[in-house]
Write a protein that binds this ligand. Structure first.
Ligand SMILES: NC(=O)C1=CN([C@@H]2O[C@H](COP(=O)(O)OP(=O)(O)OC[C@H]3O[C@@H](n4cnc5c(N)ncnc54)[C@H](OP(=O)(O)O)[C@@H]3O)[C@@H](O)[C@H]2O)C=CC1
Ligand SMILES: O=C(O)C1=N[C@H](C(=O)O)C[C@H](O)C1
Length: 271
C-alpha cells in the first residue's frame, strides 16, 4: 500500500476550504495533516501556516490573491511543499510573483478545477480558430453567487484566453471587460465579458460566437462545489513530487502535449 499523500488546506474556514476538508478526509489516497486560516483565526484544529507547511506534501489553497502569493513565496523560500492554487482575481504583479515562486517549487494554478470546464476551453479554442474574427463576435457571460469578490471570474478569463489563442491574438489587446454608456458600435475582433452576481449561483459560464443570423453557444454549469474539490485533489496527486514549475489543469488532465505521459485518472462522477 503506498503511503497516503499528506495534504494541508489553506483558508480552511472558507466555502471552498470547507469543501476541501471534507473531500480530503473522505479520500483514502490522502491524509489531511493540517488546516490553517487567516493568521489569528479561531477554529477547532487550526494550526499556524508555517506548521502546516512543515507537515504537508501538498497545500491546497482557495483563499485570496494576496494570501496565495504569500503562501507561494513562503513555500518557495523553504523548498516546498508543492501547491495547488485555486484563488482567482490576481493582477499582473501577483501572477508574476507566483511565476517567480514556481521557479523553486511545483505549483498548479487554475481558475477552474472542473473537468468539464477544462474540456470546454479546448472546444472554445477550436471554435474561435474556425470562426473568423471579422464575421463572428465572441462574448463571454458568467454568473456567480452574491459573495464573489472578483470579476470577470477566473474561469471567464481562462475561456477568454482560450478564445484569444484560437484567434492567435493576445487577450489583453482585444478584451472588453465592461461596457457602460454610449459605447459606439462593437469593434470587430473584440472579446467581450459580461458579469451577473446574485443569490447562490455556484458558477455559470457561456461563450457565444455571434454572426449574422446565427449564434453558437458553448456553456458550462456548476451544480455544486464538490467537483472543484475533486479536480483540486487530482491536481494534488499529480503535482506531488514534481519538479519546480507552474502548471495548470490542462497538464494535470493530460491535455497538453509534453505532460501527456502521466495524467491522473479523473472522472465526472468521482473516482
Ligand atoms: N479554481 C476553482 O476551481 C475555484 C476557485 N475559487 C476561488 O477560490 C477563492 C476562494 O473562494 P471561496 O471559498 O468561495 O471564498 P471564501 O471567502 O469563502 O474563502 C476564502 C477564505 O480565505 C480566507 N483567507 C483570507 N486570507 C487568508 C490567509 N492569509 N490565510 C488563510 N486564509 C485566508 C478568508 O478568510 P476571511 O473569511 O477571514 O476573510 C476566507 O475564509 C476565490 O478566489 C474563488 O474565486 C472558488 C471555487 C472554485
Ligand atoms: O468564486 C467562486 O465561487 C468561483 N470562482 C472561480 C472563478 O472565478 O471562476 C471558479 C468557479 O466559477 C467558482
Amino acid at each position: 500500500m503506498p503511503q497516503p499523500l499528506r495534504i494541508a488546506i489553506a483558508g480552511a474556514l472558507g466555502r471552498m476550504g470547507r469543501q476541501m476538508v471534507e473531500a480530503v478526509a473522505r479520500d483514502s489516497r490522502l491524509q489531511l495533516v493540517a488546516r490553517f486560516h487567516r493568521p489569528g483565526s479561531i477554529g477547532e484544529g487550526l494550526v499556524p501556516r508555517d506548521e502546516a507547511l512543515a507537515f504537508a506534501d501538498v497545500v491546497i489553497d482557495f483563499t485570496t490573491p494576496a494570501a496565495s502569493v504569500e503562501l507561494a513565496q513562503t513555500s518557495a523560500a523553504r523548498g516546498g511543499p508543492a501547491l495547488v492554487i485555486g484563488s482567482t482575481g490576481f493582477d499582473a504583479a501577483e501572477l508574476a510573483a507566483i511565476a517567480k515562486a514556481a521557479e523553486k517549487v511545483a505549483i498548479v494554478r487554475s481558475g477552474s478545477y472542473s473537468l468539464g470546464l477544462n474540456m470546454l476551453t479546448g472546444l472554445v479554442e477550436q471554435a474561435a480558430r474556425a470562426l473568423g474574427g471579422d464575421d463572428c463576435d465572441i462574448e463571454i457571460l458568467e454568473a456567480h453567487h452574491r459573495f464573489k469578490v472578483d470579476a470577470p471570474s477566473g474561469t471567464a478569463l481562462m475561456l477568454g484566453e482560450a478564445a484569444a489563442r484560437g484567434r492567435d491574438v493576445r487577450l489583453e489587446e482585444v478584451a472588453k471587460r465592461a461596457r457602460d454608456g454610449v459605447t459606439g458600435p462593437r469593434p470587430a475582433g473584440e472579446i467581450g465579458f459580461a458579469v451577473l452576481r446574485g443569490g447562490s449561483i455556484v458558477g455559470e459560464h457561456s461563450v457565444g460566437f455571434l454572426s449574422e443570423g446565427e449564434r453558437l453557444t458553448l456553456s458550462h454549469t456548476a451544480g455544486d462545489r464538490s467537483m472543484f474539490a475533486r479536480g483540486a485533489i487530482a491536481a494534488a496527486l499529480w503535482v506531488a513530487g514534481r519538479s519546480a514549475g507552474e502548471y495548470d489543469m490542462q497538464h494535470v488532465l493530460g491535455f497538453g502535449a509534453p505532460w501527456q505521459a502521466n495524467p491522473v485518472e479523473f472522472h465526472f462522477n468521482g473516482r
